[in-house]
Design a protein around this ligand. Sequence first.
Ligand code: HEC
Ligand code: HEC
Length: 357
Amino acid sequence: MKKTQQLISGLSALALVAGAFLLFPSLALSDDADQALIAKANVLFKPLPASSALENTELTPLRVSLGKALFFETRVSSDGRIGCATCHNPAYHGADSLALTVGIHGKQLPRNAPTVFNTSLLISQHYGGNRATVEEQAYKAVLSPLAYGNTSNEQVETKLTQLGYMPLFKAAYPADAKPVSVENWSKAIGAFERTLLTPAPFDKFLKGDAQALSRPAKLGLEKFINTGCAGCHNGVTVGGQSYQKFGITQDYWLVTGSTPKDAFKGYDKGRFHDTKDEADAFMFKVPQLRNVAVTPPYFHDGSVATLPQAVRVMAQLQLGKQLSDEDVSHIVSFLESLTGDIPADFAKAPRLPVAPH
Ligand code: HEC
Ligand code: HEC
């Protein structure tokens, strides 16, 4: 009798615990240390939002699909071979895998192409921050002598009309008297880019799922915070929210092996080339680290080939620290948890208009 009672109370205690785990799955999955790390991480980082639409601007399906077509369109460039997707390619997680990107007429440009994913959430666009928004970036790219090589808005608009884009612009911007415009080109491409968010295991972790990160990734996250990396790489995009000097403890090229570039008449001085202010010399926008594990090579000139090496360079140049091999490997595991899924709508090439004959 006593034994049965014990058994029953034992069983009901078990049932209670099991019930609690069902109601509060996080209890079942994590211990106190995990919860403390999640809380600490939430002070410095934020999960991706569901949308990055501008206020008062609708990301309608017609605008997004037009923007996608324009993103993949190469016939608007002056040699007919360059489109956004050439350098921001789905096969390379929105980047191009080259150290230095190649523009029209096969001309090498002085910088590495960053991924286009999540960029609508950065404080500005480009390493020097000379474009405020993704829309401004797209507006100016189509007239850039290095990227698209067009010389006037009219030239771009004529090309788009001849290529058969009129119906798509009209459908996306029905209220506009002049639907085919560089203004609408930039708005549509911006609308498409604003859909290119890549939620990753780290977002699940921030939202409370302690199992979303492996043990090495959690150790790496701790290390990333405690070493001081998160002092610059923080916020929703784990970077991309401030400008910082590259090469705090010594000139960066002594460690990265970077070479002077003709376009900059010497070593790349980052934001200085845009503002001409000496205070901005060697200031670069801190890159976002989302998808960093799948977008080598690293830094503004692709001078460092691998992620472990990039992590070592950062510790040395920015913080004056030498990391152990174990620390580097843990930090790399953490950075891998920032790799998101390629948005389905980006992975599949669009069908572009055929010029009317
Ligand atoms: C020839 C290659 C090339 C083409 C074509 C190109 N890009 Fe880029 N893109 C780059 C490079 C290189 C950078 C970095 C430039 C810099 O920082 O000075 C960049 C930067 C960007 C950024 C800023 C990313 C960040 O982290 O700051 C965005 C957004 C972007 N490109 C979108 C586009 C769009 C949209 C198009 C088409 C309208 C386009 N790009 C066409 C190479 C290219
Ligand atoms: C003082 C600010 C600062 C600190 C601290 C810092 N970084 Fe950076 N990080 C930068 C800047 C600025 C760049 C861009 C340099 C460039 O591309 O020329 C960068 C670039 C990177 C890159 C290359 C990204 C890419 O896509 O090319 C990685 C990886 C990185 N940091 C990781 C780390 C890690 C890991 C730590 C800690 C050990 C760290 N950073 C500490 C400012 C900082």
